[in-house]
Design a protein around this ligand. Structure first.
Ligand code: 13P
Length: 250
């Protein structure tokens, strides 16, 4: 049985005080979660204060992006080494908000994925289709294209020690969730794809309006190994309830 991972993607939310308070509230109620890996991914500038607040806890720290280059004249970017120095274990790459709002291509996402691995970070690679693509029956084609860009850039063991997050774009921040069956179908497709490329043991997270009310049903599915949580991760009780649902399914 794969050990579940529940990661909070805080996106561009919160002050230093908010980050401290949220982490303190999560830390205060971690009992019963020994079987689950828990991570929080604040914005870059909150990483140091979050790392401090997480000191000596089992909760891991993650970032929301990483530069594809290692150092130099890349204004506005943050390197893998910098993230490591801040105490990050994970980094999200290819989030749909990066792809659609900031024009990150499959190829750039693949390079960011490789930079994460080069620096010893665990990439959480996000993939997923828009509603139009789903309606046209293109879900698997789109997800395969996003995975293939990484596979062709990163070689035969591309997915070894990585995490994949299936995040249907139409379910992100909309309150609409994929049904457990819809999600499972895509997760099984991803499992098959990555297993043939070094990713037998990878964890495949579901993301998109996951909440305490729907988490248990999603996490009960065979190929759903955890969640990448947006809105609900900003509330300690909701985030912890999802972590507990993952612990029960483990
Ligand atoms: P929501 O949980 O707010 O839908 O966001 C999901 C997400 O984008 C996580 O990366």
């Amino acid at each position: 049985m794969t050990r579940p991972l529940v990661a909070g993607n805080w996106k561009m939310n919160g002050s230093r005080a908010d980050a401290q308070a949220l982490i303190a509230a999560i830390r205060a109620d971690m009992q019963g979660l020994d079987a689950v890996d828990v991570a929080v991914c604040p914005s870059f500038v909150l990483l140091p204060v979050a790392a401090q607040a997480l000191a000596s806890s089992t909760i891991a720290l993650g970032a929301q992006n990483v530069c594809d280059e290692d150092e130099g004249a890349y204004t506005g970017e943050v390197s893998g080494a910098m993230l490591r120095e801040c105490g990050c274990r994970y980094v999200i790459v290819g989030h749909s908000e990066r792809r659609s709002l900031y024009g990150e291509s499959d190829e750039l996402v693949a390079r960011r994925f490789m930079a994460a691995k080069r620096h010893g970070l665990v990439p959480i690679l996000c993939v997923g289709e828009t509603l139009e693509q789903r309606d046209r029956g293109e879900t698997e084609t789109v997800v395969e294209r996003q995975l293939a860009a990484v596979a062709s850039a990163a070689g035969s063991d591309a997915f070894e020690a990585a995490v994949i997050a299936y995040e249907p774009v139409w379910a992100i921040g909309t309150g609409k969730t994929a049904t457990p069956e819809q999600a499972q179908q895509v997760h099984a497709f991803i499992r098959d794809y990555v297993s043939r490329r070094g990713g037998e043991g990878v964890r495949i997270l579901y993301g998109g309006s996951m909440k305490p009310a729907n988490a248990a049903d999603l996490l009960a599915m065979k190929d759903i190994d955890g969640g990448l949580i947006g809105g609900a991760s900003l509330d300690a009780d909701s985030f912890l309830a999802i972590c507990r649902a993952a612990a029960q399914g483990a």
